[in-house]
Design a protein around this ligand. Structure first.
Ligand code: FAD
Ligand code: DLZ
Ligand code: SF4
Length: 505
């Protein structure tokens, strides 16, 4: 008998496991539903990207001869939930079972787990094999290790995939070339121009729908530039490999006013929605190295992000949820400041990060980690509020990847499960890696007082406030030595400046 095959909005690949044995007579169900579009108030571009990509993918499946039931958000009878849409489809289509691929968020996974019982039909939840490692493999690797570190897991992934390997050894004799990857931008540096995508009638219709139905969500649609098909995503990848990859490594951590993408790949939204697969991206990057087009430090650094960090955060999420989301190691209790939504702050680095987030549903890694993330860490923003912000504002955000990065890497709420120490930094770091401070009303050279860069006194105040929890961390020894060297009157000035600034937030 026939199967109903449910494809979620971030499963847009014909090689998804739920379609591996699709037969004539099966029905593929895809649905735009209010629940998924509003469980957090996603950036308008995130919704537009997914709805348009979903519509294009459904059309592709139909053109390949499959029977597809595609429910649009405004279709009459749309129940507003995935369960409702599956139930409604089953009233019109006689299926003896449902097949789907495991989803990317704990909340929905818990819901789907109960469908079989509620529907009285078998629901087969297949492994998501769009990743390099399996969840079981990660669990086995984690075993009863006391601490998990990405770097060691990454080496396993290099061995497993054979990427950048020279027999049993890493290409170039090292696993990691990050010492070559922390350069600031040369004066006058201009990053390569990016391809623009022509919107077809499907995307234009979706943009109107999103403006009408989600007009009060964060972000602007004015500069919507996402590709919405696999072909367009592949073109973005080709253009990255051709023009940006050679400099990707050197300037990976750099930031500059008005430079919203620098040499980053912009593939995350496509990758997480299924339009691209991790190995094809990494193989294209490796080929660029083998052909002499891009240097090893760039290609290794790029591949590490995908088969290292991306795989590692996914493994960690499914290993540690649901307790993971509840931790608050540093007992951070401050509400999220309004400027995370408006960008209306004198801190130029933050207003830039929020501006390009509003305009593109994108910010690159160092903006996320060392600007908005670092501020949230230093100011002690409540994990739930900052986590939700990150889940809302980026087109690539799904909890499996967003949460470990925010909760773990950026704000250290997990107490060190994700990374070995907090990524706390003063204004000096931002000044070294960007030109932001030149356009800021605050002085990065000043340590305390009304004109001083807030990151400066917040940094020392953060260490002072959290000393009991952080001093014992072996990797924080030097930092605390520096704190110990501060005179009492300097510490008083730091604490006063921090209190005044934080009280005014
Ligand atoms: P590039 O810099 O070109 O990197 C290439 C690819 O590597 C990315 O597309 C991504 O797939 C992968 N990658 C790089 N770093 C990471 C990482 N730390 N974790 C997982 N994958 C990584 N990434 C998301 O995909 N979704 C998120 O919701 C998300 N939230 C984040 C929140 C915070 C606080 C931080 C610090 C990082 C977050 N990241 C997230 C990771 C990273 O910032 C983005 O993947 C990256 O900025 C996407 O842009 P890009 O495609 O141009 O990446
Ligand atoms: C993010 C999202 C949005 C905005 N809308 C839909 C939708 O209408 N229908 C759908 O199937 N999926 C959507 N998604 C993606 C899901 O939220 C995603 O599949 C889960 O969060 C699990 O990763
Ligand atoms: Fe950011 Fe401080 Fe530099 Fe201003 S001076 S841009 S607040 S780091």
């Amino acid at each position: 008998m026939a199967k109903l095959r449910l494809i979620l909005g971030d499963q847009l690949n014909t090689r998804i496991s739920s379609l591996s044995d699709v037969e004539k007579g099966d029905l593929i169900v895809m649905a735009e539903v209010w629940d998924e579009a509003t469980y957090v108030r996603h950036h308008k571009q995130k919704i537009a990207f997914l709805f348009s990509a979903m519509r294009h993918f459904a059309r592709q499946l139909e053109e390949a001869g499959h029977a597809v039931r595609y429910v649009r958000l405004d279709d009459a009878g749309n129940t507003g939930s995935l369960f409702g849409e599956v139930t409604r489809a089953l009233k019109e289509f006689d299926a003896d079972g449902i097949i789907t691929t495991e989803c990317g968020e704990w909340r929905l996974a818990c819901d789907i787990k109960h469908w079989a019982e509620k529907l009285g039909l078998p629901v087969e939840i297949r492994e998501d094999d769009r990743f390099v490692s399996t969840l079981r493999e990660f669990r086995d690797w984690a075993g009863d290790r006391k601490t998990l570190r990405m770097e060691f897991f990454y080496r396993e992934m290099r061995r497993k995939t054979g990427l950048l390997m020279d027999g049993n050894d890493p290409e170039g004799g090292e696993w990691n070339f990050d010492t070559e990857n922390r350069k600031s931008l040369p004066k006058g540096y201009k990053s390569p121009a990016r391809k623009t995508v022509q919107h077809d009638s499907v995307t234009k219709e979706v943009l109107t729908l999103v403006e009408n139905r989600f007009g009060d969500h964060f972000g602007s649609l004015a500069d919507f530039r996402y590709g919405v098909t696999r072909d367009q995503a592949l073109r973005e990848l080709d253009s990255f490999i051709e023009t940006c990859l050679p400099d990707f490594g050197a300037y990976q951590d750099a930031m500059a006013t008005g430079e919203d993408y620098l040499n980053h790949s912009l593939v995350s939204a496509y990758l997480n929605a299924g339009l691209l697969l991790p190995m094809e991206i990494c193989e294209a990057a490796e080929e660029a190295f083998r052909e002499g087009h891009a240097p090893l430090n760039a290609v290794e650094g790029f591949i590490r992000q995908i088969i290292g960090w991306r795989e590692y955060v996914r493994g960690l999420y499914w290993l540690k949820m649901p307790d993971y989301a509840e931790t608050n190691y540093l007992n951070s209790q401050r509400s999220l400041p309004a400027f995370y939504w408006t960008g209306d702050t004198d801190m130029h680095c933050i207003s830039e990060a929020v501006r390009n987030t509003q305009e593109h549903a994108y910010a690159h890694h160092i903006q996320r980690l060392m600007v908005t993330g670092n501020f949230a860490l230093l100011a002690g923003i409540k994990p739930q509020e900052i986590n939700e912000w990150y889940l809302i504002v980026y087109a690539d955000a799904y909890e499996w990847v967003q949460l470990p990065n925010t909760h773990g890497m950026a704000i250290f709420a997990d107490g060190g499960m994700m990374g070995s120490k907090p990524y706390a930094a003063s204004g000096a770091y931002i000044n070294r890696m960007s030109n932001y401070c030149k356009s800021c009303r605050y002085a990065v050279s000043q340590k305390t007082g009304d004109d001083a860069c807030p990151f400066n006194y917040l940094y020392w105040d953060f260490l002072d406030r959290n000393e009991k929890k952080l001093r014992k961390n072996g990797r924080m020894g030097l930092v605390f030595k520096n704190l110990d060297r501060k005179e009492e009157d300097e510490m008083t000035a730091i604490r006063d400046s921090a209190r005044k600034f934080l009280d005014a937030l």
